[in-house]
Design a protein around this ligand. Structure first.
Ligand SMILES: [Zn+2]
Length: 203
């Protein structure tokens, strides 16, 4: 799927059927949390929660690397770093199913072709809309760009806050986790690495 109507655009799931066992599971969770799933305010909650989870996990419906399948060969001699930064994203941690909210910077040093810049964000969202750990999300985005574009270098830096840490457990709001994955020249060459990290604002 190469078109703009590709895998990134899934039909709204607001009308999706929610199987009884899924609703029952959410009722069980409400009861376990200490409330009564039969009280009025909670009656439609199981359906809403189920649909919301389908939406949070939409990434399972797609292969994010598909977004990199259409490249532009006319780059007019451009051979410098391409960087998309401050890309907001949401994910959920696989340990608590709690929100991970953050931003990513994705850069690559092209060989002889580039990709539409929005595709980098689509790759990120394709992997973020799953149950994740930030380390794997970072590595998956970098690997997809490395395999899909065969660039000279890839750098992905993700900065995010984890609700499982800020809203529960040690309750430390304002704490961000930073992960990075550097490949090719950004890994091997100190000058390239310095340049890309400076462009991203990490220097
Ligand atoms: Zn967690």
């Amino acid at each position: 799927m190469n078109s703009e109507e590709g895998a990134g655009y899934t039909a709204p799931i607001t009308k999706a059927e929610v199987p009884d066992d899924v609703q029952d599971a959410i009722r069980t969770l409400i009861r376990w949390a200490g409330d009564d799933p039969e009280r009025e305010g909670l009656l439609d909650t199981p359906k809403r929660v189920a649909r919301a989870w389908k939406e949070y996990c939409q990434g399972y419906e797609e292969d994010p690397s598909q977004h990199l399948s259409r490249v532009f060969e006319e780059v007019g001699g451009y051979d410098e770093i391409v960087l998309l930064k401050d890309i907001p994203f949401q994910s959920h941690c696989e340990h608590h199913m709690a929100p991970i909210i953050g931003k990513a910077a994705i850069a690559y040093l092209p060989t002889d072709h580039v990709v539409g810049i929005s595709k980098l964000a689509r790759v990120l969202h394709g992997y973020a809309r799953r149950l994740q750990i930030q380390e794997r999300l970072t590595a998956e985005v970098a690997q997809a760009i490395w395999d899909g574009l065969k660039p000279r270098g890839v750098a992905v830096v993700i900065e995010a806050s984890h609700a499982c840490m800020t809203a529960r457990g040690v309750r430390t709001p304002g704490v961000n986790m930073v992960t990075s994955k550097l490949m090719g020249c950004f890994l091997d060459d100190a000058r390239s690495r310095k340049e890309v990290l400076a462009l991203m604002g990490y220097s």
